[in-house]
Write a protein that binds this ligand. Structure first.
Ligand SMILES: [Fe+2]
Ligand SMILES: [Fe+2]
Length: 288
């Protein structure tokens, strides 16, 4: 089974009505106007979508932050892009997405359920989501996002953690389990530690639930815009994969941070990163 995972797409719109700025969005739009717009390149989308189509995945996953300040216009772009991708790539076992903190950027966007409306065919209404793909593979989706006027943090809470623990305990031992959640559960030692106001507040509790399940788990996430693969020291059977931000350009990633491909075969999972080099050629780095 082949899966493709897309991280922080962050579609944006530069023009907003003045009344749309009476919220945390004022900060987000200023950041967009003066900084983000130079680095996030939506013009890369057609090439990313073409690559996904070429890979012919059986399953498509999205790890959240489809938008920048959760504007209706950004959700319309995200919907059009994702719907088009699902149509052309036609993943035979379905497409599934979880929200990111930017998709619940304001209380109004959350109250009006803009994320749920825009991505309704591919997301859940209650969390954790349990998506049984068949062929011995289950994706458990988590939603720790909530509107937050001061920072970018998220929290799962006891109920979602309990349900996750129960799901992990009741799935057959032979089942291959992937957990899809926007936030990381830690950062590799060669990277700066995530600021408290940016991260998942109960990430230690989540790591404990994953580790205590005793299962081998692939934990897929985004949020910190930098791809990595890392095994937390306190959860030796959990492999975390930061899938990166496909349309975020920098000196290291001149044409975006690429996409992650997972190949599940004979009970094992291989992760490959597909990244475009400076000439627009896709390079693949195999990882165990
Ligand atoms: Fe993001
Ligand atoms: Fe995020």
């Amino acid at each position: 089974m082949r899966l493709v995972v897309l991280g922080d797409l962050h579609f944006f719109q530069l023009g907003v009505w003045p009344w749309q700025l009476f919220s945390k969005r004022l900060l987000g739009q200023c950041n967009l106007w003066f900084h983000r717009r130079r680095h996030f390149q939506p013009s890369l989308w057609p090439r990313i979508a073409a690559r996904v189509e070429e890979l012919a995945p059986d399953v498509l996953l999205g790890s959240g932050d489809f938008t920048t300040t959760a504007l209706p216009g950004e959700f319309a772009q995200a919907r059009e892009a994702w719907e088009g991708l699902v149509r052309t790539a036609a993943p035979r076992l379905g497409a599934y997405v979880v929200p990111g903190n930017h998709d619940r950027y304001t209380y109004q966007a959350h109250r009006r359920r803009l994320f749920e409306d825009a991505l309704a065919p591919w997301t859940a209404t209650s969390w954790p989501a349990r998506w049984s793909l068949g062929e011995g593979v289950t994706v458990l989706g988590l939603d720790p996002t909530r509107p937050n006027p001061f920072n970018a943090s998220g929290v799962l809470g006891e109920q979602q953690l309990d349900c996750l623990a129960k799901a992990l305990a009741t799935l057959p031992q032979s089942e291959c389990v992937l957990v899809l959640c926007h936030y990381p559960i830690g950062t590799p030692p060669d990277l700066p530690e995530e600021a408290e106001g940016h991260g998942l507040q109960d990430k230690e509790a989540l790591t404990r639930v994953l580790a205590e399940s005793g299962r081998a788990i692939v934990y897929l996430h985004g949020h910190i815009h930098w791809p990595w693969r890392w095994v937390p020291p306190n959860a030796a059977k959990v492999v975390t994969v930061n899938v990166g931000a496909p349309m975020l350009t920098s000196a290291t990633f001149p044409l975006g941070q690429g996409i992650a491909e997972l190949v599940i075969k004979d009970g094992g999972v291989r992760v490959h990163r597909h990244v475009m080099d400076v000439d627009g050629r896709w390079t693949v780095s195999p990882e165990e």
